[in-house]
Write a protein that binds this ligand. Sequence first.
Ligand code: FES
Length: 273
Amino acid sequence: MYKIMSKRTLSPNVHEYDILAPRVAKKAKAGQFIILRVDEVGERIPLTIADFDAEKGTITIVFAEAGHSTRKLAQLNAGDAVQDFVGPLGVPSHVEKFGTVVMVAGGVGVAPIYPIAREMKNAGNKVVCIMGARNKDLIFWEERMREVCDEVLLTTDDGSYVRQGFVTDVLKEYIQNEGNPQLVVAIGPLPMMRAIAELTREYEIKTMVSLNSIMVDGTGMCGACRVTVGGETKFVCVDGPEFDGHKVDFAEQLMRSRKYKPEEQQAFTRGSC
Ligand code: FES
């Protein structure tokens, strides 16, 4: 069992847990993910690592209550434990000195983007973060991002905080005013990552996106997380989660992500898997 050392609620339905998993924390790197199960009958929940502390032996995860399993996870408190916690999985982010790196975070995407931004900064890059959410209540970790970025630009869909607009609007303005960054990293909902990749394709800016697919085994055996990248089949769990955004077949990913929506809705309403 893996103990929840602390719990914070960041915005309505979004929670942050520090989970004691010393062996995972010792090996974790920015960009990797874990798979957890709340209990013996729970479904596997893949979550990109939001932070890690090898000394304390903790992994930080942030998740939104999006369905039955995440709602069950959200009902736990500090002192409780989850059944399984496997990781670190996946390929760490490729970090080097690129020059200027723009990190684009949509919604809860700010959590997995945080350790990558920190590593990019430590590697000597100028790091700019664009954070977007539907409204002010859904913005979190602003101060934390400011600590590891040279600049943080915020936007909300409804204009309730800083400015109104989408992260694509902010990125386009940034490129027009400051010129092309050497790299864009985008993490958030699939439509957002697709829109960012379409924009940066016009400007020929290398763009990495982090996919959060349906997963079962997390070891490349079951095929549940498959994705087409540059015409080839890849597995998010072992080849990703980061891929070249200009090569990802987003239409296929969107279709696959909606495949189990009726069952998810049924489980959510019924309160069981
Ligand atoms: Fe089974 Fe990736 S989760 S192949």
